[in-house]
Design a protein around this ligand. Structure first.
Ligand SMILES: Cc1cc2nc3c(=O)[nH]c(=O)nc-3n(C[C@H](O)[C@H](O)[C@H](O)COP(=O)(O)OP(=O)(O)OC[C@H]3O[C@@H](n4cnc5c(N)ncnc54)[C@H](O)[C@@H]3O)c2cc1C
Length: 448
């Protein structure tokens, strides 16, 4: 196999995007995907049906030329709509400028468009029903189980990229081979997808320009709008304990949970108990791995490199950004795959780890803090600081969702900004006044 042919594992979200970038640089790409072709066969999905797309994902889609096709199937969400226990709602905007919104998009539709777009380059071939079962990095061979006839076949490769998601087989082999740092951090909480249906006259039952959150301390419900006027709800609960996926196991308990905690949407969810009892419960974990490559032969992209919990809405966005970073390095080090891959790990692993950490922190913020007066005071201060010092202070959420600052820099900067807010609140605990001198000195010393 020549150096111009790259093998990718996985045609989920990152695989076809990476393939398109490669094809546009003149490579031939062979993708092996374990599933059937979802454009031809309806696949059952227990995974999230819609996703929040933001700047990093949009940038990558624009770069390859697909965004024009995706934009019309997205719904802008301008903030978090918080639902209290008594059914009262309040909108907490994500940003302060009109463009500072995130977009709900159908996972399946996006995936189909990505695959078709990749194939249309003429340089990408997707082999469905091929599940990678083992990898030999010394002999440059991949073994696949062909799912339609249960046969194992072997393929040679010169360069392989694992876009095979959070349970990546290629990652296991890289970790074995390099004794790479590898850590899986289970969240202890899982998720289940449910549905809010349209009204009888075919309208959205909730404001469709918001991401809805029912924060309930140890757990929460969220809902994102779909183009067909439904909302996909995701219930996040502990796996075990008093209120958990273990304990809520009958129709009565499901209804009781919703009557008590989410009463304002119960009427909009006529399929609730069937969905709850029949839809799978997903596990959530963060994966940390370093490095993300093996010599000049193999590298990891997307969840395979850094599965993160979904509370910053960044898993796909980060995965798309991996493709952008890899594409730039391929351009910089043309043909020198050892340099491309080692620079990729060196530059970017820390960003994967940072977004994994921030996503865990955001779960606690979403399920527990958003309704807390102290959180609201801090958030108000953040927005005020951004207004007064726009080139110096950017709230962490905005840095992640509306800017392309590397995640690791955001983490470091965010910690310093949090410390500044602590200082301001020490001086005025109401958060109403801002000591501008202190802020300017702080910028000079800490955030220059
Ligand atoms: C509940 C939930 C909500 C989420 N919400 C958001 C959000 O709002 N915004 C956001 O940015 N991200 C979100 N994410 C994260 C996002 O789904 C992932 O980060 C994204 O799908 C990663 O893309 P990927 O291509 O790396 O992996 P995947 O999309 O998982 O694709 C992996 C592909 O590899 C294939 N595959 C796996 N193993 C093999 C094998 N052995 N051989 C061949 N093929 C294989 C799979 O079939 C699949 O097609 C969410 C995740 C969850 C669980």
């Amino acid at each position: 196999m020549d150096k111009k042919t790259i093998t990718l594992i996985g045609a989920g979200l990152a695989g076809p995007l990476m393939a398109t970038y490669l094809a546009q640089q003149g490579f031939t790409v062979e993708i092996f995907e374990r599933r059937n072709d979802m454009r031809k066969v309806k696949l059952s999905s227990g995974r999230s049906i819609n996703l929040a797309l933001s700047i990093r994902g949009i940038h990558a889609l624009k770069e390859v030329g697909l965004y024009e096709k995706i934009a019309p199937i997205t719904i802008p969400m301008k903030g978090r709509m918080i639902h209290d226990m008594d059914g009262k709602t309040n909108l907490q905007p994500y940003g302060q400028r009109d463009a500072e919104v995130i977009y709900s998009v159908s996972r399946a539709q996006l995936n189909k468009e990505l695959m078709t777009f990749a194939e249309r380059t003429g340089n990408v071939r997707i082999h469905f029903n091929h599940e990678l079962s083992s990898v030999d990095l010394d002999m440059n061979t991949l073994s696949f189980m062909q799912k339609n006839n249960d046969k194992i076949i072997q393929k040679d490769f010169t360069c392989v990229m694992g876009c095979d998601g959070s349970a990546s087989v290629l990652r296991d082999e890289i970790v074995n081979k390099t004794k790479a740092m590898y850590k899986e951090k289970p969240l202890g909480h899982g998720y289940k997808e449910l549905q809010i249906l349209p009204s009888k006259d075919g309208r959205f039952q909730l404001d469709n320009h918001a991401l809805h959150i029912w924060p309930r301390g140890q757990f929460m419900l969220i809902a994102l709008p779909n183009m067909d006027k439904t909302f996909t709800c995701t219930l996040f609960l502990p796996m075990t304990g008093e209120v958990s996926f273990d304990s809520i196991d009958t129709v009565e308990k499901v209804i009781e949970l919703f009557q008590f905690h989410f009463s304002d949407v119960l009427d909009f969810m006529p399929t609730l108990s069937t969905d709850f009892l029949s839809n799978p419960t997903g596990d959530l974990a963060s994966i940390y791995c370093d490095p993300w490559h093996y010599k000049d032969k193999a590298a990891l992209i997307g969840d395979a490199a850094h599965a993160v919990v979904p509370f910053f809405g960044q898993g796909m966005n980060a995965s798309f950004q991996d493709c952008t970073v890899m594409n730039n390095l391929i351009g910089d080090f043309r043909g020198y795959w050892g340099d491309i891959f080692s620079n990729y790990s060196e530059l970017h692993v820390k960003n994967g780890h940072a977004i994994a950490d921030m996503a865990i922190e955001n779960y606690i913020e979403m399920r527990d803090h958003v309704n807390d007066p102290n959180y609201q005071k801090r958030r108000k201060l953040e927005l005020e600081l951004e207004k007064r010092f726009p080139d110096k202070f950017i709230p962490r959420y905005s840095m992640v969702s509306f800017h392309q600052i590397p995640y690791n820099d955001i983490y470091i900067r965010g910690e310093k900004q949090f410390a500044l807010i602590d200082k301001l609140l020490e001086i005025d605990s109401t958060g109403e006044s801002i000591d501008e001198m202190l802020v300017k000195n702080y910028f000079h010393e800490e955030l220059a």
